[in-house]
Write a protein that binds this ligand. Structure first.
Ligand code: PLP
Length: 373
């Protein structure tokens, strides 16, 4: 009989995919975690130009081109007031690979990784793949991650804790005070804070701050990507930045697993990061309008939903049978438990779809809500 590793047996194919497959082809898909906008033209053109000029044919440096890493460093200075050395950046195949190499490089067998529950599905899976032990912690009523719960969960075996703001699946945005606390905890407990900031540009209320702004301890590693900010999920371009010794260890994993991020995507990302930022603002404004319409619809249905202040997800509390009733009527939403036990009794609704479709879906959800009451 074929034997597989215990690490891989601890992981299963994401519940989100299963929902898509169950829903059928004509369904309205509010299950997707990607913006419904085109990649900005100047980013596409930069990749095409690089391909035509023969610049994208060969491996780049393992960490990515110098120009891309400089554009990433400038982005951090512009948006986060962070002084990042381009040498301390690795361009990765999306935020996904960035999370993977960060956990591979920091987690020993049996060590614990603390993360939000409900939280992004990769945190649990990548912890298992690294041989670690997942330690999900519950959220506040407003679906933010309480720093005190993270601090209480830390033991001698803790390798890292993950912070994700704005968050998938909740749309919650941590306050600057929380981010400062996460930085303090990383420093005082000398434990890695892995800050997943892929939704940083989708904030409608409050502001995005990185825990990296609040500590010089070198204990914060930032994961980011062009995927959500520039609607570039298909390009597969993200990055990781942190202290030099941590970057050097993550590079060991990246070098053997990936060699380098895709070269055409690197040119596109450089243009996206250093070119005009209007598409980012346009997307954010569109998401905010849709969020307001969705929230109003959920309120009219009598569903309680903490106001999502960022990303493009809402996570209402839903009655038993609601998710199935909605899916049966042709709208895909994801059951909260796909994101951890703490998601039970909730559903994740992605509003990365045009307004007409969203309004049609709201009517269908209202009918489903009536039916299950
Ligand atoms: N982090 C979070 C919180 C996400 O929601 C996602 C994608 O859904 C990622 C990371 C990975 O993004 P990428 O497409 O860049 O790999």
């Amino acid at each position: 009989m074929t034997e597989f590793s215990r690490r891989v047996e601890a992981v299963s194919i994401s519940g989100i995919r299963e929902v898509f497959e169950a829903a059928g082809e004509d369904a309205i898909n509010l299950g997707l975690g990607q913006p419904d906008f085109p990649t900005p033209d100047h980013a596409r053109e930069a990749a095409v130009d690089a391909i035509r000029a023969g610049k994208a044919d060969a491996y780049t440096s393992n960490k990515g081109t110098q120009e891309l890493r400089e554009a990433i460093a400038e982005k951090h200075a512009r948006d986060n007031d962070l002084d990042v050395d381009p040498a301390d950046v690795i361009a990765t195949s999306g935020g996904s690979e960035a999370l993977h190499i960060a956990l591979e490089a920091h987690v020993d067998a049996g060590q614990e990784v603390i993360f939000p529950d409900p939280g992004f599905v990769s945190y649990d899976a990548l912890t298992n793949l690294a041989g670690g032990t997942p330690k999900p912690v519950g959220l506040r009523e407003d679906l933010t991650l309480p720093p005190e719960a993270v601090e209480e969960a830390i033991t001698d075996d803790t390798a890292a804790f993950i912070v994700n703001s704005p968050a998938n699946p909740t749309g919650a945005v941590q306050s600057p005070a929380d981010m400062r606390e996460f930085a303090r905890i990383a420093e005082e407990h000398d434990v890695l804070c892995l800050s997943d900031e892929v939704y940083e540009h989708q904030v409608f209320e409050g502001e995005h701050r990185s825990p990296a702004e609040f500590t010089d301890s070198g204990n914060v590693v930032v994961v980011n990507a062009c995927s959500k900010a520039y609607s570039m999920t298909g390009w597969r371009l993200g990055w990781v930045t942190g202290a030099s010794d941590r970057i050097e260890r993550m590079l060991r994993v990246h070098q053997y697993a990936q060699a380098c991020a895709s070269a055409p995507a690197q040119y596109a990302a450089e243009a996206a990061l250093s070119g005009p930022q209007d598409p980012v603002v346009e997307m954010r404004e569109a998401f905010e309008r849709r969020r307001d319409v969705l929230l109003e619809g959920l309120t009219e249905m009598g569903l309680e939903c903490p106001t999502p202040k960022g990303a493009f997800y809402a996570m209402p509390k839903v009655p038993d049978g609601w998710v199935d009733a909605v899916i049966d009527r042709g709208v895909v939403v994801v059951p909260g438990e796909a994101f951890g036990a703490g998601g039970e009794g909730y559903a994740r609704i992605s509003y990365a779809t045009d307004m007409d479709t969203l309004e049609e879906a709201i009517d269908i959800m209202a009918a489903a809500t009536e039916a299950v009451r």
